[in-house]
Design a protein around this ligand. Structure first.
Ligand code: M6R
Length: 608
């Protein structure tokens, strides 16, 4: 899990590569480095720590050269350190490599090389690749890389340069993402589009098992077996500004405030004026929906929490049995999946290794695979039979917000589409969903007004060690996501559970002043949730409720209320999550944390 960046062209490479790495830091940030070719020699500069430290080193000791590669690391093999930072070279410094992912057989490769006398400067799997490419090199970098990766097993992307061929980069994709950017007399290469968006919108996505040969004048893609590949270019329509913070102190806050627009985008052209739903990349064969007997949702983290909302919706509205499973568990289980199952794999990045594996298992067992993902051209989207893109735009903050919300929107659209095709959707519910979804961007805008109150409340939470989140049904699904937001950026321990579960154990932890956040929007279980509030209040808890603006009862029970605009109960997750995101953000800010890059985490978990 790392970020890779490369440049070849007429300009100085180092500033371009470092700038690209800055936009990829969300992929990992425990060390960083670059290698630049000045036409004669390769110079490597690298260091443990964030990119700012590398930039400082380069200010002190600038490196000149018109081609370069760089890397921002999230450690997998070898602790974060200067020597384990990328790029890595062979002992002679002839070949330089950056790499994202894992070489699974690196130990045996390393032992073989060591037995032949090789000495290693790091503990990484990447260095093994540099050795292998150098050993295979006989004047053609492309062929040397091809032969070297033929010996490696794993899921990775790599880029190599060599001293003898200035102005040439060779890259390979084996699962981990890689895109090429086409400029005017210059070429770029990166793990993700935002890294190169300031230079070009003209993108080519490299596919699994492909090798790409890049010079300033062009690129050539082949399969690893040498078969030439023709690949269409993609025009990226994201605004370059979208990939920047746009004046907000953190990407997370910016992304929270982008949610109304993101929702509009996700609905656009899909929920038509006349109420029809058109999902452009979902093409279920005739009879499939009618014969559907199970929906199997698989995902991790926040995407899994979106799946919890999906389960409630699909079971309640469609009466189709729906299971939600963590992808990392399901990939090693023996799930009951067949041709009449629809597998919904949810992933912002579309690159999460566990989700890809679980999705692959579903396909193997004959299930139709529908990807709900934010990244066009991601591995998940390409491996799925059907795709529903969330259109949230680039999400940079590690803590997912707008991607989550647009995943929910995607699930509502799916519920409408499937429910209508099966003829099971109650017409009144259908009309409620259509009207409600149309109005949801405006409601999200109103919900964002909770920020002022969230800032004040954050002061109460910032000094606490534990927070509990409760709710019932859809409110529980949202509480779980609110709890994850809290813990991942504020580092305050938090737990979520169905409100009725408290009394079965967790209530023992509630004492004077314990903060309990209660999501209370579902009319059918309203009184039951009030009972849970009373249970914790009786033990001295400080209760913060998230409730509709016109709920006059809740203030009698809770200490504080974060208000959300009234929407139909079935749509409440689309607004009730917003105050929880804002609360988590401001608690983390009050505690002075690095909000966009929380400790120990990375945006895309592309390793198991
Ligand atoms: O890219 P994905 O949606 O597959 O990522 C899954 C999780 O790693 C991700 O949602 C993670 O839990 C977020 N950092 C939570 O904010």
């Amino acid at each position: 899990m790392c970020g890779i960046m490369g440049y070849v062209g007429p300009r100085e490479a180092a500033p371009i590569v470092v700038d690209g790495l800055r936009r990829l830091e969300y992929r990992g940030y425990d060390s960083a480095g670059i290698a630049v070719h000045d036409g004669t020699a390769l110079t490597v500069t690298k260091t443990e720590g964030k990119l700012a430290r590398l930039a400082g080193l380069l200010d002190e000791h600038p490196v000149a050269g018109r081609s370069g590669i760089g890397h921002t690391r999230w450690a997998t093999h070898g602790a974060p350190s200067d020597r384990n930072a990328h790029p890595h070279t062979d002992p002679g410094g002839e070949v330089v490599v950056v790499h994202n992912g894992i070489i699974e057989n690196f130990l045996s490769l390393r032992e073989t090389l060591a037995a032949a006398g090789a000495e290693f400067a790091s503990e990484t799997d990447t260095e093994v690749l540099a050795h292998l490419i150098a050993l295979e090199y006989d004047g053609d970098l492309l062929e040397a890389v091809r032969r070297a990766v033929g010996m490696a097993e794993g899921a990775y992307a790599l880029v190599a340069m060599c001293r003898q061929e200035p102005g040439r980069m060779v890259a390979v994709r084996m699962i981990s993402p890689l895109v090429v950017g086409i400029g005017d007399g210059e070429m770029f290469l990166a793990s993700d589009v935002p890294a190169i968006l300031h230079h070009t919108r003209d993108i080519v996505v490299i596919d699994n098992g492909e090798i790409v040969d890049i010079t300033a004048d062009g690129w050539k893609i082949e399969k690893l077996d040498g078969t030439p590949v023709e690949r269409d270019r993609l025009e990226i329509t994201w605004d370059a500004e979208q990939a920047e913070r746009g004046g907000y102190p953190h990407f997370m806050l910016k992304e929270i405030f982008e949610q109304a627009n993101a929702t509009t985008e996700t609905l656009s052209g899909r929920l038509l004026e006349d109420g029809r739903v058109v999902l452009e990349d979902v093409h279920f064969p005739p009879g499939f929906v009618a014969g559907l007997d199970k929906i199997w949702i698989t995902a991790c983290g926040t995407a899994y929490h979106a799946g919890l909302v999906g389960k409630e919706l699909f079971e309640r509205l469609l009466r189709i049995p729906t299971e939600v499973g963590y992808a990392h568990e399901l990939r090693y289980s023996d799930p009951i999946i067949q041709g009449t199952t629809l597998t919904l794999a949810i992933s912002q990045s579309g690159e999460t290794a566990d989700t890809l594996a679980a999705a692959g298992l579903a396909k193997e067992r004959g299930s139709r695979l529908l990807a709900l993902t934010n990244v066009v051209g991601s591995t998940l989207s390409r491996e799925s039979t059907d795709v529903l893109y969330t259109r949230a735009g680039p999400e940079i903050a590690v803590a997912s917000t707008k991607a989550y919300l647009t995943m929910l929107v995607g699930e509502y659209l799916l519920a409408l589409a499937i429910g209508r095709e099966r003829g099971v959707l109650d017409p009144a519910i259908d009309a409620t969903l259509v009207a409600g979804l149309r109005g949801i961007p405006a409601k999200i805008g109103e919900a964002l007004a909770a920020e002022e109150q969230a800032v004040v409340l954050a002061g109460r939470f910032a000094g606490r060690d534990d927070v509990y989140f409760i709710g019932r049904g859809l409110d529980h699904a949202v509480a779980v996501e609110g709890s994850l937001k809290m813990k991942e950026i504020s580092y305050v321990h938090s737990e979520a559970m169905p409100a009725g579960e408290l009394k079965h154990g967790t209530l023992a932890l509630v004492t004077e002043g314990t903060p309990v956040v209660v999501v209370i929007t579902q009319g059918d279980v309203y009184d039951k949730t009030v009972s849970a509030i009373q249970e914790v209040k009786a033990r001295g808890a400080f209760v913060l409720a998230v409730a509709y603006e016109d709920d006059e009862q809740v203030a009698k029970h809770a200490d504080e209320v974060l208000r959300i605009p009234r929407v139909p109960d079935v749509l409440s997750p689309l607004v009730s999550i917003i105050p929880l995101q804002l609360l988590a953000y401001h608690v983390a800010a009050a505690r002075g944390h690095d909000i966009d890059q929380p400790r120990n985490l990375a945006k895309s978990v592309t390793v198991e």
